[in-house]
Design a protein around this ligand. Structure first.
Ligand SMILES: [Zn+2]
Length: 364
C-alpha cells in the first residue's frame, strides 16, 4: 500500500513537472510588418541591376552601403539585425532557393487583403478585395486578445498607413491604434513625444497621408515605455510606397532603417524586466512583388510571384534554427494563430483548418 502511494505521488509530481515544462516563456508578443518587402532582398540583399533606379531620391552612397559581391555578406549590409542577431537566435522562413516556401492564400496580393489574412487568420476575397477604408467585418487576433481579461487594454498598434484603424476595426475592437500623421496626445506627453510631434509637423512628407516610419517607430517606443502593452503591432510602410514610385534607393534605405528599428526594440526589450526573456517578436510582410526591372515596383494578382512572402521569429520559446531550409509550406494566415499560440491561447477561425507554425513554438 505504501509503495503504491509513493508511486502515485511520484507519478503526480512528474505530471506537474511535465505541465510546467510545456508552459511557454512568452508573455508578450510584438508583431512587425514591412509593407511589401520582397524575399529577394531579405535573402540576397541589394539587387545590382535595380540599384540604378533612383529617379528622384538619389543616394550616391548606395553601392558603398549595400553592395558586396557575396550575397551572404550583402544581405548583412542591408539588414544587419536580421543577419547577425536574428539569424543566430531565431528562425527565418521563405528562402525559396533553399526550399522554404511562404505564400499568401488570398487571391488579391495587395495590402488590405494581406493584412486581413495575417491578422484574422483567413483570406476573405469575397469581402476584402480593395484598399478602401471600410471597417473590417472580421475579427483580428488583436481584437481577440483584447477581449481576454489578462490582455484587456494591453494591446496596441502603431502603423504608418492610415488604413489600419479600419483593418483592425478600432471602434469595435477597442484596440488602441495610432495611425497616419497623428501626433501623440494625452495629458502627460513625454519630452520625446513633444519633440516627435514638433518635428513630424514640420517635416516634408513624400508619402501623403502615410506617416514616415521613423515617427511610427519612435512614437510607438514611447508608448511601450509608458504603457507596457503585452501585445504590440508595428506596421511599417515606406518599403512599399517607395517601391511603387520606382525609388529603389529609398526602398533599400527604408528596409535598412526598419531593420535598425527592430534592433533598437530588441535591445530595449532586453533591458526591461517585463519584456526580457519573455517576449517573442514575429516579423513578416503583407505581400511580395514582381521580379523584373519593371515588375519589382508592383504587386497584385497580375504580377507573377507577388504572392511569395517570408516570416521571421525570435524569442524565448523559439529554437535557434536560423535560416530555415526545407520546410512545410507556410501561409500568411498562420501568423494570427501563431501570435495567440505563443501566448498560450487558441485563435479559432471559422472555415479555416490551418494552425499556428509549430516549428516556431517548439521549446528550446
Ligand atoms: Zn502592401
Amino acid at each position: 500500500m505504501l509503495i503504491r502511494r509513493i508511486l502515485i505521488i511520484f507519478w503526480l509530481s512528474s505530471c506537474v513537472q511535465a505541465v510546467a515544462q510545456s508552459k511557454l516563456k512568452t508573455e508578450n508578443v510584438i508583431l512587425i510588418t514591412f509593407d511589401g518587402l520582397r524575399w529577394q532582398e531579405l535573402f540576397n540583399g541589394a539587387d545590382s541591376s535595380l540599384m540604378k533606379q533612383q529617379p528622384y531620391l538619389k543616394d550616391s552612397k548606395l553601392r558603398e552601403k549595400y553592395w558586396h559581391a557575396d550575397a551572404v555578406e550583402r544581405r548583412k549590409l542591408l539588414l544587419p539585425f536580421f543577419w547577425n542577431t536574428l539569424v543566430s537566435k531565431g528562425q527565418i522562413y521563405g528562402n525559396r532557393a533553399l526550399g522554404s516556401k511562404v505564400n499568401v492564400s488570398n487571391r488579391m496580393w495587395f495590402s488590405y487583403p494581406g493584412y486581413n489574412e495575417l491578422l484574422t487568420g483567413r483570406a476573405d476575397d469575397e469581402r476584402i478585395n480593395s484598399n478602401d477604408k471600410t471597417y473590417n467585418p472580421n475579427t483580428t487576433v488583436l481584437e481577440f486578445l483584447n477581449s481576454q481579461p489578462s490582455f484587456k487594454g494591453r494591446v496596441a498598434a502603431f502603423t504608418s498607413w492610415d488604413c489600419f484603424p479600419y483593418i483592425i476595426n478600432d471602434k469595435r475592437s477597442g484596440v488602441f491604434v495610432s495611425s497616419g500623421i497623428v501626433p501623440a496626445s494625452g495629458a502627460k506627453l513625454t519630452e520625446c513625444e513633444v519633440v516627435l510631434n514638433e518635428v513630424m509637423s514640420a517635416t516634408p512628407n513624400p508619402l501623403g497621408d502615410v506617416r514616415l516610419d521613423a515617427f511610427t517607430f519612435y512614437l510607438g517606443m514611447e508608448y511601450i515605455k509608458k504603457n507596457k502593452p503585452r501585445v504590440m503591432y508595428f506596421a511599417f510602410d515606406e518599403t512599399d510606397d517607395f517601391a511603387h514610385g520606382g525609388e529603389y534607393a529609398a526602398y533599400l534605405n527604408a528596409a535598412h532603417y526598419t531593420d535598425r528599428f527592430i534592433g533598437e526594440l530588441w535591445n530595449y526589450l532586453q533591458s526591461d524586466a517585463q519584456y526580457k526573456d519573455k517576449t517573442t517578436i514575429i516579423i513578416t510582410t503583407d505581400h511580395g512583388r514582381g521580379t523584373d526591372a519593371e515588375n519589382w515596383k508592383h504587386h497584385g494578382i497580375k504580377i507573377p510571384e507577388a504572392d511569395q512572402i517570408w516570416m521571421a521569429v525570435i524569442g524565448p520559446d523559439t529554437k535557434p534554427l536560423g535560416e530555415v531550409k526545407v520546410s512545410a509550406q507556410l501561409f500568411q494566415k498562420q501568423v494570427a494563430k501563431t501570435v495567440a499560440a505563443f501566448l498560450g491561447l487558441e485563435f479559432k477561425v471559422e472555415g479555416d483548418s490551418t494552425g499556428p507554425v509549430q516549428s516556431m513554438i517548439g521549446s528550446r
